[in-house]
Write a new protein. Structure first.
Length: 195
């Protein structure tokens, strides 16, 4: 890799850092508290006015829970495998596996929600900016959104505005698996059909 290619990769790091912070709906102060890097240094890193060093990038990779090579947009090293890292979601023991490796546009995840006891408490409702689409691969998924409750079974899909209070629950005695597409900031999927 030549010097110009290295510079090209480094110039994109600031935008990646800013996109990650917005994706996490965090302020500079929030990331400062997690990483130990001052808000002014974070701002200069995001704008490209500060050199990127390992002692700054390593805490940021940890704060955003992404590998360092993904944080800096490093080129592939010859290993063609995609190493998706499952993320354990605190609520209900759900596991989410990211299916895309980019920072802009809709995010795709595969979710596995374990079966729970029949008398489990209702899941906690959450809200945030965006819009989501759900497709159930296996099992029966309960979706609560905006006061409505919907049962979505394998092969069925649903969509809703995530500004509505919402939660997911497993309605079966086996894990439920589903795909989600999430668009932040009002991004919507454009559906096309054959005529």
């Amino acid at each position: 890799m030549n010097h110009d290619e290295v510079e090209g990769f480094l110039q994109s790091v600031g935008g990646r850092l800013r996109a990650l912070r917005h994706e996490h709906q965090a302020t500079l102060d929030d990331i400062s508290d997690i990483s130990g890097i001052s808000p002014s240094t974070l701002s200069r890193l995001e704008s490209g006015r500060r050199k990127y060093t390992l002692d700054l990038l390593l805490p940021l990779a940890a704060a955003y829970n992404v590998p360092l090579d993904e944080l800096v947009g490093a080129p592939q090293t010859g290993d063609p495998r995609i190493h998706l890292r499952p993320v354990a979601v605190a609520q209900q023991g759900r596991t989410a596996i990211p299916l895309v490796r980019h920072y802009g546009g809709p995010h795709a995840h595969k979710h596995v929600l374990p079966a729970g006891p029949a008398d489990a408490e209702a899941p906690e409702l959450h809200t945030h900016q965006g819009f989501t689409w759900i497709y159930v691969l296996f099992g029966r998924l309960g979706i609560t959104a905006g006061g409505e409750r919907l049962v979505v079974q394998a092969g069925e899909a649903a969509e809703f505005d995530t500004r509505l209070p919402h939660a997911f629950s497993n309605l079966g005695d086996q894990p439920v698996e589903f795909l989600s597409l999430f668009g932040a900031q009002g991004e919507r999927v454009r559906v096309k059909a054959w005529k």
